[in-house]
Design a protein around this ligand. Structure first.
Ligand code: KIV
Ligand code: ZN
Length: 520
């Protein structure tokens, strides 16, 4: 058996389905490219049949990712598998992941089918997926609570039908490490054709055991772990990719296993996912939490100063945390910015130097000193200012104070036209939002969440605003950054508007295609 454990990332599928607002196609692509740099073997990019937007983003990721297998999820039904095959066929390497529930509780209460019927559906689904690719993964949903005899029967049938990866999910995070490792051991002992497939695991974290269960499964012979960045996912989330990868790396001499993960990309990928998904990482989170490498007690600090390994089992540098914070000012030239970004792990193709430099100079003029975290924030936010945005901020003036009525004037570029409106509100942000809603002709957009945070340290830190808005039964997340709180809020709303505009365009395109095909 190989010593190589494949890392399957499902941040964009299991992770994304648990967010309070869906990610835009652009954000998903940015995450997929970061996962590719991180070295994951398989990227589950989405569930193509679930919406035209998901189909389009899976297809876009399949087109752009070259060094990882791109995968799509499908229930064990023909239409789902066809949507997956069609979205993925542009990829260099792709996988179809089809699943059906196998526990009594799911088979009886949810599927309302007999066990034989469920086996038949699984076999038909795997065979149908094999018409598109040899790389077919089959999952027994709720395997953790499935009777072992039936699980063995299902796994054998799916391998016979052509599945090359069999995934054993602990869908509800119910099992314990000894129990879950035991299930994997039994599969190896009892399924006659088990050597024809890679055994994978997909553990949820309802009892805080997702990583421990995945590790127990790997020790029992599983050679693929499904995981997400920062452990995001349904309910309490999934196995955290950074944790399982660092366990396998840090304890390699004991476990004798390795992965293709480039650990120095971990911190950057974690920050990107946290930022784009609007999911903060708890400070004491293993590997990527803000305190994961900080020592508070005097005894610990003294120990680390004498020898780092007294209290550190891995170094911050090994997961890409760079403690060197160089201060940049408006006098720093383009080559210094480029050099600094290189040191932070960004290559020239990750950003547009001219655009970043312009934003950098503007920020340095307002703020004086620009730190690494400011530069990284600019990099995140630079992407949203791309030229093709339909809505752009052209002018903003807001007034507020004690005993005056807050008011704002906003000028937006809407396509090719400039539109200006003024409004009052209960504060300057609310006034600016009212002016924007007036520009939009009071479209049906409802702001359901507005969060203001600071990016960086001290009173001159950048303001970062996250907005969640409801539009046509979907939630959109936008974020904005500026030294001015009102401007950050306006940028966040404009970000949302550009995403709703793209979603409308995708829906229109799909409707046109359907009407050409004669589908009502
Ligand atoms: O948790 C689960 O069972 C899943 C499957 C679709 C793999 O996410
Ligand atoms: Zn799951």
């Amino acid at each position: 058996m190989t010593n190589q454990v494949k890392i399957f990332d499902t941040t964009l599928r299991d992770g994304e389905q648990a967010l309070s607002a869906s990610l835009s196609a652009k954000d998903k692509l940015q995450i997929a490219l970061a996962l590719e740099r991180l070295g994951v073997d398989i990227i589950e990019a989405g569930f193509p049949v679930s919406s035209p937007g998901d189909f389009a983003s899976v297809q876009m990721i399949a087109q752009q990712v070259k060094n990882a297998t791109v995968c799509g999820l499908a229930r064990a039904v023909k239409a789902d598998i066809d949507a997956c095959g069609q979205a993925l066929q542009v990829a260099e390497q792709f996988r179809i992941h089809t699943f059906i529930a196998t526990s009594d509780i799911h088979v009886n209460a949810k599927l309302r089918k007999s066990q034989d019927e469920v086996v038949e559906m699984a076999v038909a689904a795997v065979k149908h997926a094999c018409r598109y690719t040899d790389d077919v993964e089959f999952s027994c949903e709720d395997a953790g609570r499935t009777h072992i005899d039936y699980l063995c029967r299902m796994v054998e049938a799916a391998i016979d039908a052509g599945a090359s990866t069999i995934n054993i999910p602990d869908t509800v995070g119910y099992t314990t490490p000894t129990e879950f490792g035991g299930i994997i051991t039994q599969l190896f002992e009892r399924v006659p054709n088990i050597d024809k497939a890679t055994i994978s695991v997909h553990c949820h974290n309802d009892l805080g055991l997702a990583v421990a269960n995945s590790l127990a499964a790997v020790e029992a012979g599983a050679r693929q772990v499904e995981s997400t960045i920062n452990g995001i996912g349904e309910r309490a989330g999934n196995c955290a990719l950074e944790e399982i990868a660092m366990i396998l790396q840090t304890r390699q001499s004991m476990l004798g296993l390795s992965t293709n993960i480039n650990a120095t990309e971990i911190s950057r990928t974690s920050k990107l996912v946290s930022q784009l998904c609007n999911m903060p990482v708890q400070a004491n989170k293993a590997v990527v939490g803000a305190n994961a490498f900080s020592h508070s007690s005097g005894i610990h600090q003294d120990g680390v100063l004498k020898a780092q390994n007294t209290y550190e089992i891995m170094t911050p540098e090994s997961v890409g945390i760079n403690k060197n914070n160089l201060n940049l000012t408006s006098r720093s030239g383009r080559h210094v910015i480029r050099h600094r970004l290189q040191e932070l792990g960004y290559s020239d193709t990750d950003y547009d130097l001219e655009a970043i430099y312009t934003s950098f100079v503007q920020l340095a003029d307002t703020k004086g000193t620009v730190y690494d975290y400011d530069l990284e924030a600019l990099l995140f936010f630079d992407k949203q200012k791309h030229e093709s945005a339909f809505y752009k901020l052209s002018y903003l003036q807001a007034t507020s104070g004690h005993e005056i009525i807050p008011s704002a004037t906003v000028r937006l570029q809407v396509g090719d036209t400039l539109v200006t409106r003024s409004a009052t509100g209960n504060g300057p942000v609310n006034a600016a939002y009212e002016a924007i809603m007036d520009i939009l002709g009071h479209q049906d957009i409802e702001i359901v969440d507005f969060t203001l945070d600071s990016k960086g340290e001290g009173a001159d830190a950048l303001a970062q605003v996250s907005v969640i808005a409801q539009y046509k039964n979907r939630r959109f997340h936008g974020r904005g950054l500026a030294t001015d709180i009102v401007e950050a809020g306006v940028n966040a709303l404009i970000y949302v508007l550009n995403n709703t505009h793209v979603a409308d365009q995708i829906d229109q395109h799909r409707q046109q295609q359907d009407s050409v095909a004669g589908i009502k």
